[in-house]
Design a protein around this ligand. Sequence first.
Ligand SMILES: [Zn+2]
Length: 360
Amino acid sequence: MSRRDSVPCAAFLAVCLVFIACLSRRYTTPAASPPAAPAAGGEAAAPPFDIWLDNPEDFYATLGGEPRPGDPLTLIFLPGGGEAERYRALKADLLDAKGRRLGGAYFFDWTLDEEGHTLKACVLAVPSTYDGGEALVKIEGAPGVLAEFGLKLKERSFLSEEIPLGPANTALRTVPDPKKTEESERLRAIITRAGDTVYTTGPFTPPVAADTRRTGYFGDRRVYLYTSGRSDPAVHAGIDYGVPVGTPVMACGAGRVALARSRIVTGNSIVIEHLPGLYSIYYHLDKIFVEEGVMVNEGDAIGLSGATGLATGPHLHWELRVAAENTDPDALCARAILDRDAAKRLVNERGEQVYAELSW
Ligand SMILES: [Zn+2]
């Protein structure tokens, strides 16, 4: 039997009902949620998938609970059969409470095990600058919108700070330079590209000892004070670690080096691609040990920290981008963005109710 035989208006009604149900409650774990996996090695168990959409044709779930501004969000999708055309160019958009687009990404194939069980997954992030309280996820395939659901966002506050810059750093930020523009465009082209390879599923490991003193935090609301008396607001995209020049910097996860070169504002810089649309970034290095295009493993020394580019002192700036959005590194270290066990558990315990023929 094909689920595609379903009456279209029934499918539409089901999606609407789910949507209304989602918006009308907070996203606490439903009673029917699969139990969390036993904690391994004393670590906290990964939270369960806690939103699912069962409609007559497809099956979706998200991992991310009640995200905060700056948090990552994982969507998984189990194709319901039928024509592959339906799922070509499957994408998810994140919209604000007024329907304006905050971000989006395409789904990619995610193979869960040696037997080749494959889901479609999509990784997104809530912008750290969005504090609208609610957001909407819209999933589209070739025939149009396949599903929509609301997200209730947790409140979150960020630190504010003023950073006085001397003449050299003021010039780095304020003097127009075609080379700076070219470097920005090159970086933008890298972090907006979504490949198709899952090099790692996370969780990630900080590039220096996790207890290293921090001199800047994710999402800091900064005001740069220039020597001219003018100022500029900025949001800090990553974590600054106060490490002395020459401290080894490790790859936070396996991946492919997408950029390794000197840049005017960020100094010696490295970008590593970890999975489709997810990149880690390391700035102000004294030395770079890797070349563009090479593969690295988690924990490999990729360079030495320094104070190159716009830096008021020696430090390592570490940043993670998900679908081009600055994303909280601590959230991506706390749990896998692609959690194989949680995905398999979900499919086993919920998917078989949707697909009678499914047995993993
Ligand atoms: Zn920084």
